[in-house]
Design a protein around this ligand. Structure first.
Ligand code: NAD
Length: 237
């Protein structure tokens, strides 16, 4: 099916990075079982930037410092190089698709790799030295720097939003990997792809919100396991 597809798109969530050691939000041992989601609320960040930063480092940045892409990220990158996948839309903010070699990555929720000044909107590439004292500040105007991923209460960044919806509308195969489908509006993307006629293939050890309504082929297991099988299947043809 991948070989026959003209415009296959992958859509990934926190589950694809679990095997790289980054916890998911939901599910057993998910971050929400240990942390109050308020640390990702925009209002909380504005009121308590130092504490919000401390928690964001604890939850995301310290994991990101020691994680590497896993075979699922690498196989997706290989499929793009072969022309079998046109784009990866990811909800993840961990930069692992790019590290694995994917080029056309649409970061629907932004990225930990960038920081934004909340005063002058200047964007800088993330460097650990920015976190020497919290909250980090802008060299341009001394405003507070915020992670380049979106918090609750923020709009989806452009051009990622437009590109993602366009990719979902034009896809003829949508490979959904490791997402519950609970975070809106990202959760609409597979639904839009399905309504436009795309075949929905889903890899997830647990049945997601898509399973009953739109999933055409459900592969019940981990991302690495099934992406390795897909790679072997393509090589065997
Ligand atoms: P989620 O935490 O809500 O759900 C994770 C999903 O992954 C579940 O459906 C689970 O069954 C599945 N899963 C578990 N192990 C898996 C495996 N080995 N292979 C494949 N799937 C597996 O994640 P979500 O739906 O992506 O949404 C949560 C939001 O959290 C996203 O918006 C994302 O921005 C953010 N987030 C990102 C990261 C990251 O960047 N790595 C980590 C945590 C949360």
């Amino acid at each position: 099916m991948l070989k026959n597809a003209q415009h296959a798109v992958a859509f990934t969530g926190a589950g694809i990075s679990l095997e790289s050691g980054i916890p998911t939000f939901r599910g057993e041992n998910g971050l929400w079982s240990k942390y109050d989601p308020k640390f990702l609320e925009l209002d909380y960040f504005y009121r308590n930037p130092q504490e919000a930063w401390r928690l964001n480092i604890e939850v995301f940045y310290q994991h990101l410092a020691r994680t590497k892409p896993n075979p699922a990220h690498r196989i997706l990158a290989g499929l793009e190089k072969k022309g079998l996948i046109k784009a990866v839309i990811t909800q993840n903010i961990d930069n692992l698709h790019q590290q694995a070699g994917s080029n056309n990555v649409i970061e629907f929720h932004g990225s930990s790799n960038r920081l934004f000044c909340i005063e002058c909107n200047q964007q800088v590439e993330f460097k650990w030295e920015y976190l020497d004292s919290l909250p980090p500040t802008c060299q341009n105007c001394q405003g507070i720097l915020k992670p380049g991923y979106i918090f609750f209460g923020e709009p989806i960044p452009e051009p990622a939003r437009t590109l993602a919806f366009q990719a979902a509308e034009t896809a003829d195969l949508f490979l959904v990997i490791g997402t519950t489908g609970e975070v809106q509006p990202a959760s609409f993307l597979p639904v839009i792809a399905s309504r436009n006629g795309a075949l929905i293939i889903e890899i997830n050890p647990a049945k997601s919100n898509y399973y009953l309504d739109i999933t055409d082929i459900y592969l019940p297991g981990g991302a690495t396991h099934f992406m390795t099988k897909i790679e072997a299947g393509l090589a065997g043809q």
